[in-house]
Design a protein around this ligand. Structure first.
Ligand code: ADP
Ligand code: MG
Length: 239
């Protein structure tokens, strides 16, 4: 409707795709677990940033998306909020003895993975939400053990994840959300085949892709791994 269009124009939110939900104006407007709302407030996140306004309701609705927004605009929380919320809801509805991973975030570097995991822990505090880091530089045995103890989210680099997957069955059949953060950088570093190899070990997860710019190559990769991808760009698209 007109009001949504005006709001998007004002915030420079550009969207492409079918059945894209309206942007949210506050975190409390999309039925998140109360504990998550408290964690967001404790982190000082009073208002969602533009990419969060559009990406959170889109991802919560189960749609795959490809998003671009400037550095420092809150892209991490724009996928972690829906991950924490959906994982916590899932655990409350399905009690099972062994908790298989429900979400995975791939980033190009160990340092980025550490930052993402730190933010995930902050947002998941007090909820059934555990994380595992799968990156080089630490022993794989410890990483494997942690996953086997039951986690909701795995954050890792493609290389180390492949090493782990080749040697061990970590039960990825319940994984519902697959995030590729800094896709442009991952492609530049030549991680494409490894990312695709990991994707093929999953059973049709929702895909959330983030990139500084949306190139044709990235759009093509997106449509090859997800149906009806919504594209969200903040600021002038492809400038
Ligand atoms: P990027 O878009 O580059 O991935 P980040 O997700 O790393 O950006 O976020 C940049 C900074 O903004 C982080 O320090 C994060 O804690 C903070 N931040 C994210 N969302 C909000 C928000 N809604 N309100 C206030 N600060 C936020
Ligand atoms: Mg980022």
């Amino acid at each position: 409707n007109d009001q949504t269009e005006l709001l998007r124009r004002k915030l420079e939110i550009y969207v492409k795709g079918k059945l894209v939900p309206d942007p949210i104006l506050s975190f409390s407007s999309c039925n998140l677990p109360l504990q998550l709302l408290q964690n967001l407030a404790a982190a000082g996140y009073d208002m969602p940033t533009p990419v969060q306004m559009q990406a959170i309701p889109t991802a919560l609705g189960g749609k795959s998306l490809l998003a671009s927004a400037n550095t420092g605009s809150g892209k991490t929380a724009s996928y972690l909020v829906s991950i924490v919320s959906r994982c916590a809801d899932f655990r409350l509805q399905h009690s099972s003895e062994y908790r298989k991973p429900l979400a995975m975030v791939l980033t190009p570097t160990r340092e980025l993975c550490i930052q993402v995991e730190d933010q995930a822990k902050l947002l998941g505090k007090g909820l059934p939400f555990k994380t595992a880091l799968v990156v080089g530089g630490d022993a794989m045995a410890g990483q494997l053990y942690r996953i086997q103890q039951g986690v909701e989210l795995i954050v890792g680099t493609p290389g180390r994840l492949i090493d782990l997957l080749i040697k061990h069955d970590i039960g990825l059949d319940e994984l519902m959300i697959f995030v590729l953060d800094e896709v442009d950088c991952m492609l530049q570093r030549g991680f494409r085949d490894q990312v695709m190899q990991i994707f093929r070990a999953l059973s049709q997860p929702q895909v959330l892709m983030y990139s500084a710019t949306i190139t044709q190559e990235i759009e093509k990769m997106g449509s090859s791994i997800a149906k009806d991808m919504v594209i969200v760009s903040i600021g002038e698209p492809n400038k």
